[in-house]
Design a binder for this molecule. Structure first.
Ligand code: NAP
Ligand code: GDD
Length: 345
């Protein structure tokens, strides 16, 4: 039987790496799009090349979401059955520093892919997945967000993803493209980018434990996030594209924790006994064993406006996709710690 072909934009990212492995195990041929960088940045997918059973079906090609011609060329060359758009300037805080670039990649980049599918007359041949985000809910007052919750984005990143969401809906309705939006809540893993808070906390505390760092500096300790495992979430992306009809789905665990709670759990598992002292920007975590300060707050890690509370209601995905998360926050932290201990940075 002919193998299905997937084209993944954002293959070098956390989700790109998990999705590639997932699809290769399902017997797909996977083309991954990487951008040119001055230093090799394929660490997350290098082990696929080392895997004799996977490497012949995994091909990397150059491209960029800011370059329409590269997008059309890649689609013509690879003739995919499924396109996964995971590429983005995905850091919320950084999007305040580079708002125009974030919109170019995240919003117009999505439009460029959809428009290429349409202009190449491949509406009936290609299924499209768009990596949407709970950041689109932003400052909503709803306490359990689902597909019907109104968007109220609170960063250039969140706003850019709202455009991507609606242009995906628009091309689905206007041109009958099989296009789905996943509205994914935060998902993490041992290969999460080092500047996202979960990886930063675990990496920082382990460095302190090993004597390689003195303190960990964080921003807002009181925002709440619904954290799942990336490995579970890429399965949901694939399931969306296997349905009879294209649709949009919230993917989350339905549980939410503050950054402080995450740090407490991680610290305990790493072997620290900590207590918190002080208030606001002066709040600190102290190591009870020696009274040394482990965690401090720094203004530069706060955002101009914060998303205070996210908790995802994935009932629709549960019912239609038969999807539910397999990993708890504790499994996730354990796995991240184990990886960090084996690969100290
Ligand atoms: P990530 O680790 O930051 O990966 C982003 C990927 O996009 C990287 O491969 C990056 O390439 C690529 N990229 C950036 N700009 C590009 C451009 N101009 N052209 C082509 N590729 C470009 O993000 P992730 O955590 O895997 O997330 C995947 C997607 O899901 C993103 O769209 C993100 O916004 C969205 N999302 C993530 C979460 C989450 O919690 N992880 C939740 C909801 C939605 P380089 O490696 O070269 O930088
Ligand atoms: N990054 C970071 N660094 N965040 C911190 C820090 C810090 O030092 N201290 C506190 N935080 C708080 C942030 O203010 C935010 O409220 C929360 O920790 C989570 O921040 P991130 O881990 O950077 O993730 P995010 O929620 O802003 O965005 C991630 O999840 C979105 C889905 O909701 C990204 O992966 C986005 O791409 C994704 O769409």
């Amino acid at each position: 039987m002919k193998k299905k072909i997937a084209l993944i934009f954002g293959v070098t990212g956390q989700d790109g790496a998990y999705l590639s492995r997932f699809l290769l195990k399902k017997n797909y041929k996977v083309f991954g799009v990487k951008r040119r960088s001055s230093i090799i940045n394929t660490q997350r997918i290098d082990d696929i090349y080392r895997d004799i059973n996977l490497k012949s079906d995994f091909v990397l090609l150059y491209g960029d979401l800011t370059d329409s011609s590269s997008i059309s060329h890649l689609i013509k060359k690879t003739k995919p059955n499924e396109i996964y758009n995971l590429a983005a300037q995905s850091h919320v805080k950084v999007s305040f520093e580079v708002p125009e670039y974030s919109a170019d990649v995240n919003s117009l980049g999505t439009l460029r892919i959809l428009d290429a599918i349409k202009n190449l007359n491949l509406e009936k041949k290609i299924k499209f997945y768009q990596a949407g985000t709970s950041e689109m809910f932003g400052r909503t007052k709803e306490k359990f967000q689902n597909e019907k919750t109104q968007f109220y984005p609170a960063s250039p990143y969140g706003v850019s993803k709202c455009f991507a969401h609606w242009i995906t809906v628009n091309y689905r309705e206007a041109y009958n493209i099989f296009a789905c939006n996943g509205i994914l809540f935060n998902h993490e893993s041992p290969i999460r980018g080092e500047t996202f808070v979960t990886r930063k906390i675990i990496q920082g505390l382990i460095r302190i434990k090993n004597g390689n760092q003195k303190k960990l500096f964080l921003g807002n300790l009181y925002s709440k996030r619904d954290w799942g495992h990336a490995k579970d979430y890429v399965e949901a992306m694939w399931k969306m594209l296997q349905q009879k009809k294209p649709d949009d789905y919230v993917i989350g665990t339905g549980k939410t924790f503050t950054i402080k709670e995450f740090a407490n759990r991680a610290a305990k598992k790493i072997g620290f006994k900590i207590k918190w002292i002080g208030k606001g920007i002066n709040e600190k975590a102290v190591d009870i064993a020696n009274n040394k300060v482990l965690i401090e707050c720094k203004k530069r890690y706060f955002r101009p406006v914060e998303v205070d509370y996210l908790k995802g209601n994935a009932q629709k995905a549960k019912k239609i996709l038969k999807w539910s998360p397999k990993n708890s926050i504790d499994n996730l932290i354990d796995e991240m710690i184990e990886h960090e201990l084996k690969n100290p940075s």
